[in-house]
Every structure is written in C-alpha cells, then in structure tokens.
Design a protein around this ligand. Structure first.
Ligand SMILES: NC(=O)c1ccc[n+]([C@@H]2O[C@H](COP(=O)([O-])OP(=O)(O)OC[C@H]3O[C@@H](n4cnc5c(N)ncnc54)[C@H](O)[C@@H]3O)[C@@H](O)[C@H]2O)c1
Length: 362
C-alpha cells in the first residue's frame, strides 16, 4: 500500500525558491515509482516572511508545521545591504533559523561531505587525496559552549562555558553509531580530552554508549586539532565523525570546502518529532534568478529526508543515484559543466527512470 507523507516546504529567499522548486519536481517524479504519496505545503519563512508577516518565523508557518512529517528548507537572507539586515537582531532571518531549529527540537546536525567521482579536480586538495572522500559529520547542535552558563563579557573579562550533560552526549552518540551501521561501521569521536574535563567526560560517555548498545561499531578518538589536520590531508580516513557544537561548527566548515562547491552539500537536523532538511549554502543573491544555482545540495537534502524522516531508504538511494548519473553525464555550470538549474533538474528526472544499482556499503 502506498505510504503518504506531508512535506512542509520553506522556500525562503533568492535562490531558495529555485532549489525547492527543483526538489519538489524531482520528488513528485520519484514518488510514484517509490510507492509514496507526497503532499507539499509552501510556507513563508525568512526574508519573504518578514515582508509578508513582519517576522521571519511567523505564527501561521509555526502552526502549519504541526501537520508536517518533514521540513524542507531552501535558504534565507539577502545581500549585505538589504533592509532585512538593518532590523533588530531578534527580527532578522538568522533569528528565524534559530527559532525554527529550537521549535523543531533538532539536536543533531548531519552533514555528509562527498567528493563526487569525476569531480575530484574541483577540490582544493590534490585529486588523488580528495578521491573517495565520503565522511558524515554529526554535530551536537543545541548544547556545549554556545549555550553554557555563565556567559558574559565586560571591559576586563570574557567568559563562555562548555557544559555537556550525560543525556546530551548519549543521544548524539546514538545518532552517530546508528548512522555508522548504515555506512562504513566506524565512528571517530572528536574532542580535546587532553586539556578539557568536559571532553574527557564526552569521551567516557561515548565509550559507554558503544559498549552498551553498539558493540558492532568501531570507535576511534581523535583530538580536534589532529582531526582538522587529517581532514585536510587524508579525508578518506574518516567514516562518521561525532563531535560537540563548537568543534563541529569548525570541522564541518573545513570539510565543506573539500568537494569544491558549496552547492553540492546537503544537511539534515534531527532529534525532534520532525526533521529539518536544507542545503548548506545560503541564498546566493549574486546568482539568483539566472538559472545558475546548483541544486545538488538541495536534492541531497531531499534524499536525506526520504531516508531519515520518511523511512524510504530505497527512494533515497534512487534519488542519490540519479543525481550521480546526471553529474557524471554533464554537471552544472559552477562545476565546469554546461547545464543550468532547469536542465540539471530535467536530467535528474530522466535519470530516475534508470534502475538503481544495489547499494554497496562504503
Ligand atoms: N541556512 C541558510 O539559509 C544560510 C546559510 C548561509 C548563508 N545564508 C545567507 O545567505 C545570504 C548570502 O550569503 P553568502 O553569499 O555569504 O553565502 P552563499 O552560500 O549564499 O553564497 C556564497 C557563494 O557561493 C555561491 N553559491 C552558493 N550556493 C550555490 C549553489 N547552490 N550553486 C552555485 N553557487 C552557489 C554564491 O553564488 C556565492 O558566490 C546571506 O544573507 C546569508 O546570511 C543563509
């Protein structure tokens, strides 16, 4: 029997609606062959919502999310000189993003970083070093030094506090171990346990979760400084990285440059009742409305939605495979290919008709 799922679509600003349109078209083409019935509701969010409702995450959008099985977000924000940026901080688009994540209760941010076959030349690393990179960074999103107290600054002193509760470490560790089971079977926990008590605590809790619940997964530990060096020199050494909020913030941005284009990177934020799926890139006002935006990060996010929120792993594999085929055939302009956004979308839809090869764990 066909399964039904309801997707809240938050297009956002500038290229945001362009990439969510691509995702919707591709998902609508995929759904029948995956025996899925997908319905979509478009909701104002970000700058578009400021214009329509006076705030970035307005009450009607908030209320409509209650009916959603997943949230697919384009991108929000405007160019630096846009009047949205002159608003008080709590009314700006960034506050809307934070409020959305808090509303959904998502504590785990998943960022897969893949150097796609045939696109190694785009990486800032030597092609032979970049080749085969396929790492999933699992970042704790709602705890750690960004939220710990005390936190204050005056003319003589600044203080921030890194705190982790056992339950916070356990739940993010479970997300990472669970993800590793569907991939290469190895988790690298990144900390600074040689210096920070909170990191030693983190390490001990992660070890405990593995021993009690995931003995089949291999666990390694790396200090954050060594992890940064290794990501830039031997990224294929990693399968799944799990780390706290601050270290994850830095490492995920470092890793984001490895594929060679921001437009390639998807993300998922999980942990609440409803997951949030969005490309890593911003609203790219410089290329908006010109058929230039690369939708691969958005389509990867849609595949993560199928896998993590809609329990449709085969459909996710089919979508990922179709994107790979379209990339291999002729990528988008930003990757040195000839296809604009619409032509790439059509190529992915065509590629969906080709049977998906069986998935091989990496
Ligand atoms: N989660 C989000 O919605 C999010 C994330 C980052 C930035 N932003 C916002 O986006 C706006 C623009 O920010 P920015 O310019 O610093 O970052 P950006 O990611 O929008 O763009 C950086 C550069 O990468 C290019 N680029 C980005 N995505 C691309 C894609 N899919 N295909 C091809 N090229 C792509 C852009 O053209 C630009 O030259 C700002 O308002 C910023 O606050 C939003």
């Amino acid at each position: 029997m066909s399964r039904t799922a309801h997707v809240a679509l938050l297009p956002g600003d500038y290229v945001g609606p362009e990439v969510t349109d691509v995702a919707r078209t591709v998902l609508e083409a995929l759904a029948p062959q995956a025996d899925l019935t997908l319905t979509f509701t478009e909701l104002p969010f970000g700058g578009a919502a400021i214009d329509a409702h006076g705030e970035p995450f307005p009450a009607p959008t908030r209320a409509a999310l209650a009916d959603a099985d997943a949230v697919l977000l384009g991108a929000v924000g405007g160019p630096q000189d846009h009047p949205w940026n002159a608003l008080p901080r709590e009314q700006r688009v960034e506050s809307g993003l934070l409020a959305l994540r808090a509303h959904l209760g998502v504590f785990a941010n998943l960022r897969p970083v893949v150097v796609h076959p045939g696109l190694e030349r785009l990486s800032p690393l030597k092609p032979e070093v970049a080749e085969g990179t396929d790492v999933l960074i699992v970042r704790e999103l709602t705890g750690g030094i960004y939220f710990g107290t005390p936190s204050h600054a005056d003319a003589t002193r600044g203080v921030s506090t890194m705190v982790y509760e056992r339950s916070e470490v356990e739940r993010i560790a479970r997300v990472a171990f669970d993800a590793a089971r569907g991939r290469g079977g190895t988790v690298t926990s990144v900390d600074k346990a040689n210096v920070l008590d909170v990191s030693q605590f983190w390490r001990d809790v992660v070890i405990g979760v593995r021993e009690a619940e995931f003995p089949d997964v291999t666990l390694e530990h790396t200090y954050v400084d060594a992890a940064a060096m290794k990501l830039a020199s031997e990224p294929t050494a990693f399968d799944v990285i799990v780390t706290g909020n601050l270290f994850g913030d830095v490492l995920s941005d470092l890793a984001a440059v490895l594929p060679g284009s921001l437009g390639l990177l998807p993300s998922a934020s999980l942990g609440g009742d409803v997951g949030l799926f969005e490309p890593v890139h911003g609203s790219a006002p410089d290329i908006a409305g010109r058929d230039l935006v690369n939708p691969v990060g958005m389509l990867g996010s849609a595949a993560m939605m199928l896998r993590h929120a809609l329990q449709a792993p085969d459909a996710a594999d089919a979508l990922d495979a179709a994107v790979q085929r379209a990339l291999a055939d002729d990528p988008t302009v930003d990757l040195g290919g000839t296809r604009g956004t619409a032509a790439f979308r059509d190529a992915v839809v065509d590629a969906l008709a080709v049977p998906t090869p069986a998935r091989t764990p990496r």
